[in-house]
Structure formats: C-alpha cells, structure tokens
Design a protein around this ligand. Structure first.
Ligand SMILES: [Zn+2]
Length: 249
C-alpha cells in the first residue's frame, strides 16, 4: 500500500504531464498503481479538515516553509463556490524550488492534488482549498507592499519554532546567494578571494521586518544596504544560512 501523500504527488505529477515511467521511478510506485489512481478506481479521500476553523492538524514545519514562500511569491485568489487558489510562482530556472513549493503545499493540504501550471519562464504551483484564507489571513486586495502584513500570534509561534524553513521560503522566493570576488597579491602570488553573501529584496517593509526578525531569532547578523534590500555578508552568518538555504537550484 502507498500512503495518501504519495498518491497525491503522483496524481499531481500525472496532471502536470510527467510520464508514468518517470513517476514510477521517482516515487517507487508501480505503474499498475499509477494507472489505477489515474483512472480513478480508488476513491478520493474527503476534503481535509481545516486546522484553524476545524479539528485538522497542521504540519507546522511545512507551514513555516510555505508561509515564507507565500510572503515572497505567493498569492490567494477566490474562485467559484468560495474555493481559493493558493499560487506560488516559481522561476523555471530553479526546478528544486518548484518541487519544494509543491511538497510544502501538499504537506499542508494533503487531501487534494497540487497542480503545476506552466507559463512563459515560470511555473505556478497551485492548490485549491476553501480554507487557504484561514491559513493565510494576510490575504487581501492589492499587492502585499501596499497593505499591512502582520502575522497572527499562532503564525509567529510557528515561525519561532521553525525560523530556518521560514527563511528558506523567503530567500528562495525573493532572495539570492551571490558570490563577489576580488584578487589580491600575497607574497608575489595573485590569489582569488570569494565573498559569498545573501541578499533579500522586498518592497514591503512589513515582510522585510519579518525576515529581520527570523534572522535575529537565529542570531544571524544582517544589514540594510538599501531601504528594500537586506544583506547577510559576514562569513559566519553566510555559513549559517548555507546550512538551510543555499544557492537556488
Ligand atoms: Zn478554515
């Protein structure tokens, strides 16, 4: 027997057009089982109970990650019958990001498939649920930098519990790891020195404050070279971020 999450991931992959062979190899699921799922011989599970207004449980580490991604490149949109789409836009250059966004979404809302919608240059990772606004009360009209973004107490608790994953989500969407270099002559020999650092850019002062707060929780020093750009450049600080963010891929 395969678990529910494996089935949802497989269904999402099939919906995205991945071949049965490839999915079978990737997930270790027989092609017969994949065909059965695809043809709907196994009944779908009922909609998940909401962890906020119902008695469902929340995978808090995946939620912290998803919250970071949502604040970076995510949005909620209302569809028919009060169903909302959570959409995270991921650059096609970074397949790891696309897979991670899909995995985080699937862990937070496991009873429905996660879709990958291709556009020019990017892929939207999408999941439909009536309860996305319960989980992202920051939802509102207009761009995030045009409105107040404050976390609810329960969200702050989750981020304080998993600041690494929250930061991974933020830096993966609106940040980057860059390497500057210079040469210096030491004892007659020209040596190349590299200076990796992390940048995080966001137009929302509130989201910037959340990034600073999460870095402070981990005692990672940062500075603000510009109003809308944060930099983590000290060697020890970069090494810390490397443990749980790293370059995009
Ligand atoms: Zn709810």
């Amino acid at each position: 027997m395969y678990d529910e999450q494996t089935r949802e991931i497989a269904l999402a992959a099939m919906a995205a057009g991945e071949s049965l062979n490839a999915i079978s190899k990737r997930l270790g699921v027989s092609r017969a089982a994949l065909r059965e799922w695809r043809d709907g011989k196994v009944r779908r599970t009922p909609p998940a109970n909401c962890p906020r207004c119902g008695s469902g449980t929340l995978d808090t580490s995946s939620y912290a990650h998803l919250l970071g991604l949502y604040l970076g490149d995510g949005c909620l949109s209302r569809h028919r019958r009060e169903v909302y789409a959570l959409r995270i836009a991921c650059d096609d250059v970074y397949p790891r990001l696309i897979n991670e966004a899909a995995a985080a979404m699937s862990a937070v809302h496991p009873s429905r498939p996660v879709h990958r919608v291709r556009a020019v240059g990017y892929t939207s990772v999408v999941s439909y649920w009536k309860h996305w606004p319960c989980l992202f009360p920051q939802h509102g009209p207009g761009p995030k930098h045009g409105r107040t973004i404050a976390l609810a107490d329960w969200q702050r608790e989750i981020v304080a519990e998993h600041p690494q994953l929250f930061l991974r989500g933020l830096f993966d969407s609106d940040g980057c790891r860059v390497t500057n270099w210079t040469t210096r002559t030491v004892a007659g020999q020209t040596k190349r020195y590299e200076y990796p650092r992390y940048m995080f850019s966001n137009e929302s002062t509130d989201i910037m404050h959340l990034c600073q707060w999460a870095l402070d929780l981990l005692e990672i020093p940062w500075r603000m070279p510009r109003r809308n750009a944060l930099s983590v450049a000290r060697r020890v600080a970069v090494a810390k971020l490397d443990q749980f963010v790293g370059p995009k891929s």
